[in-house]
Design a protein around this ligand. Structure first.
Ligand SMILES: O=P(O)(O)OC[C@H]1O[C@](O)(CO)[C@@H](O)[C@@H]1O
Length: 449
């Protein structure tokens, strides 16, 4: 087992020839050069490339201090943000933490419960979260790069009021942490006006590439995770991505192989994990690749499943439905827990044949069997191997996917760093809500409803 995150496409041997790899290798190396030359489209959003080795150390220390304060004075942290402003933190906290983090006994967790909000407009969800907080001590990390996104802004207004009623304006201000643009936007103005501690989303880092900035780091640190190790892992993968030749460069190989498969008609990539705690890595990855590649009528549609659960729902389609997809398995080699199946005197459930075997052995057997079945069912299988669920390997994983995304977007011929399509729903929503400036559209839209 390698002691780092690796990519393995050996199971695609029947679908991809050596010649195809050789020709895509050249295209991939050109895309990498374009990315690193900083002359490609979207080149003002490349700050993420050097983040793991060139980040604001003073701010990093402030993040650790703020996390320690939240840990000491709060039972609950509310993380308010949407898209790239929350998915990375949630993915990390679920990947690194206890599967039942928020509800395990206090003796097993010294850090605050963490809930995510402002990623929907559900009043039932907001009310539910109010009930969960109850009269307990809490703090808010409000995260919005633009500072103007409706979903988090609505949630912030609601929870800020609760905080101010509970503690008074002055004390509440000490429990609000804002992560936003360093100078622009409504959130920045509010933070300055009210004296909230602020952290910066750098200008040159887009939301979906921001997990290694304060956007991800503060909520991750509050969970008790070691953010230095996270950065160290990212730095280690950065070195591989930047310096290694194609044959030793996992991110380049992943970018190349997925584009070969796309050109052969595989326009859907399904990320599959066999650990429920990896599910949100899939959600983070979907935003990263969906917003980066899905434009100009191009792209690979990113989907995700959690197995073996979804083998009993989506499994039928993956095995046997329309043949549009390939699958990338996120395999955690060591799950960090061992449960052994015990022998029973009377084998009523018929499981004695597994006596002495671990649940993970059963899980890995399901995984290996599924990989072969899907491969036989014309679903080419790729694998990202993660030795264990710790901060270092997670840092590697984040960087691996980010770097491959930049390269893959350039192979595809799109600007991987913009997201023009997201504006359409916002304009319609603003018009229907009566936001000043959108009056012209309102009537026409209402007629269509
Ligand atoms: O941090 P902000 O500005 O609130 O944006 C949140 C998310 O909204 C988008 O701009 C559009 O969905 C994403 O790119 C971004 O991650």
């Amino acid at each position: 087992m390698a002691n780092r995150v690796t990519f393995d496409y050996s199971k695609t041997a029947g679908y991809i020839s050596e010649g195809e790899i050789t020709s895509m290798k050249r295209i991939t190396e050109d895309a990498k050069k374009l990315l690193l030359s900083r002359e490609g489209e979207g080149n003002d959003f490349l700050g993420w490339i050097d983040l793991p080795v060139d980040y604001d150390k003073e701010e990093f220390e402030r993040i650790q201090k703020a996390a320690a304060k939240i840990q000491s004075d709060s039972d609950v942290l509310i993380v308010i943000g949407i898209g790239g402003s929350y998915l990375g933190a949630r993915a990390a906290n679920e990947f690194l933490g206890h599967n039942f983090y928020n509800i395990i006994p206090k003796s097993m967790r010294k850090t605050p419960e963490i809930y995510y909000c402002g990623n929907n407009l559900s009043s039932a969800y907001i009310k539910g979260l109010m009930d969960v907080i109850g009269d307990r001590d809490f703090s808010i990390n409000m995260i919005s790069k633009s500072g103007t996104t409706t979903e988090p802004a609505v949630a912030f207004r609601v929870f800020k009021k609760i905080l101010e009623e509970k503690y008074g304006k002055e004390e509440a201000a000490k429990r609000i942490y804002c992560t936003t643009d360093k100078a622009r936007g409504a959130l920045k103005s509010l933070a300055t006006e009210e004296g909230y501690e602020s952290f910066v989303v750098p200008d040159d880092v887009g939301g979906r590439f921001s997990v290694l900035t304060a956007v991800g780091l503060l909520p991750i640190a509050v969970s008790g995770a070691d953010i230095e190790q996270l950065m160290a892992g990212a730095a280690s993968m950065r070195k591989i991505c930047l310096e290694n030749a194609f044959e030793e460069n996992d991110a380049l190989q992943y970018a190349a192989v997925r584009n070969i498969l796309l050109r052969k008609g595989k326009s859907i990539e399904i990320t599959a994990s066999y650990e429920p705690s990896v599910q949100y890595i899939g959600e983070w990855w979907k935003q990263l690749y969906g917003e980066s590649e899905g434009k100009d009528l191009k792209g690979i549609f990113p989907a995700s499943v959690t197995l073996t659960a979804d083998l009993h729902s989506m499994g039928q389609f993956i095995q046997d439905g329309s043949r549009l997809m390939f699958e990338t398995v996120l395999s955690v080699e060591d799950p960090g827990a061992e449960i052994i199946i015990e022998k029973e005197d009377i084998d009523l459930d018929g499981l004695n044949y597994l006596a002495g075997k671990s649940v993970d052995f059963i899980n890995k057997s399901a995984m290996n069997g599924t990989i072969l079945a899907h491969t036989d069912g014309q679903v080419p299988n790729l694998m990202v191997k993660i030795p264990a669920q710790n901060e270092f390997y997670l840092g590697e994983l984040f960087y691996f996917y980010e770097f491959a995304c930049g390269v893959s977007g350039y192979i595809l011929g799109v600007n991987p760093f913009n997201q023009p399509g997201v504006e359409s729903y916002k304009k319609n929503m603003f018009a229907l809500l009566g936001k000043p400036g959108y009056e012209d559209m309102t009537e026409a839209l209402l007629k269509r409803l």
